[in-house]
Design a protein around this ligand. Structure first.
Ligand SMILES: COC(=O)COc1cccc(COC(=O)c2cn[nH]c2)c1
Length: 246
């Protein structure tokens, strides 16, 4: 997968060379280009923002540098949008990011991330981009950040860890929260007793059928407690009270 990031703070992306993302890059699973948007400015102050038409607080990101940057990243417009890169723009005004969206993006050949700053990007940038990319305005949640950089790090990590070969044991991906529409069951490791707290007996029974049922039951209980909204869409489950016994 090829990923390009456009930002006025390229240093935010130094962490990309660390840990799993760093490994994905060295093993060739992932190719990342981080670009300073100011490279596409021509004035002595390398200006990327200006005052908003119609008034209002703060500044808006000028369209010209973005247009010139996309011209460089996409010198040849794709023959059709189906094979065009996906442009992801983190914004409080976007569709909600999710594990499902991360999985969709992990199947793409090329992603381009546009990091907004100030009050946002001139809307014509997205309109122009939509002629040559599949544009997705994406929100991480109902809050406002200073800019898109942190959101890109979050989305990139969620996407890259789904790429085949990035995580050693692919089973981890099927057992985790949100992979099956439920929250993950509680986890335990040695010692069997810690500060007087014992690991649930069933997990040390070696009875894998019983363990699977206990974990499923715990998942349902935890989801009901923390995220009842998720339960509404999960498959209905018959629960036997013995399955919950620890
Ligand atoms: C068209 O898109 C834009 O103009 C984006 O502009 C901005 C402006 C300020 C901050 C951000 C970063 O995104 C968030 O704050 C965000 C994402 N998820 N939840 C909060 C983006």
């Amino acid at each position: 997968m090829r990923v390009d990031v456009l930002t006025i703070f390229p240093d935010y992306f130094a962490p990309l060379s660390l840990s799993l993302i760093g490994k994905a890059r060295t093993t060739g699973l992932l190719d990342v280009g981080v670009h300073d948007l100011r490279e596409w400015t021509h004035d002595v102050h390398r200006t990327v923002d200006d005052t908003p038409y119609g008034g209002g607080p703060g500044m808006v990101m000028r369209p010209e540098p973005w247009g010139a940057a996309f011209d460089t990243l996409l010198p040849v417009p794709p023959e059709d949008l189906d094979v065009a890169p996906v442009l992801i723009v983190p914004t409080p005004a976007g569709e909600r990011f999710s594990q499902a969206l991360a999985a969709d993006l992990a199947a793409e050949q090329r992603l381009i991330f546009a990091c907004g700053r100030y009050e946002g990007i001139d809307q014509r940038v997205l309109e122009d981009a939509a002629t040559r990319m599949r544009v997705r305005e994406v929100s991480l949640g109902d809050y406002v950040l200073f800019g898109g950089e942190v959101a890109v790090l979050v989305m990139l990590e969620a996407v890259v860890r789904l790429l085949p070969g990035v995580i050693g044991n692919a089973d981890s991906l099927t057992e985790e929260s949100h992979a099956n529409g439920l929250l993950e069951a509680p986890l335990y490791t040695k010692p069997a007793v810690w500060r007087g707290r014992e690991v649930p007996e069933v997990l040390r029974s070696g009875d894998h059928g019983k363990i699977a049922k206990w974990r499923r039951a715990q998942s349902l209980l935890r989801t009901a407690a923390q995220r009842p909204d998720m339960l509404a869409s999960a498959a209905p489950e018959t629960l036997d009270k013995h399955d919950v016994a620890t």
